[in-house]
Ligand binder design. Sequence first.
Ligand code: ZN
Length: 172
Amino acid sequence: MLALSLAAVFIAACQPVPTAPKAPTSPTTTTTAPTPTTTVPKPATTRVTCPSGATVEIATSIATSVRNLLAAAQADGRSLCGGGYRSPDAQIALRKQNCGTTYYAIWEMPSGQCSPPTAIPGTSMHEKGLAIDFTNCSTRTTACYLWLAANASRFGLINLPSEPWHWSTNGR
Ligand SMILES: [Zn+2]
């Protein structure tokens, strides 16, 4: 009886003590770093209708210019359209698709190392609604590019040399 009691006490004493909450581990790799958030405020945007009936969402501040550009291109027999405004989340998704899914690939890798080149989230003119990626404009020999090269500056759009399809208010 005594032996049993002692054994019971011994067993009770040997119950594992509750472990203290794990101290947060200091980030030793980039994968544990906090996810940055971009600080680009959502611009006021407008959907401009292209000749095809599709729409391109761009900053309201350049909607009239873009509308006029599309109309001028159409008058010259060029039906242009493309992708404009992109939310920060969409920019992150695009980095994952074009650059890779690691922290480095999403947030730090130079744009030019992605395929196709894709700006670091928070730095794209698309996130301000001030850039358009024109469809069917992938090279400098396309009808789209040639028309834009001859005319887009009249409407305030400048090409990013590394991307024939990308036109923005500052060329970036
Ligand atoms: Zn672009």
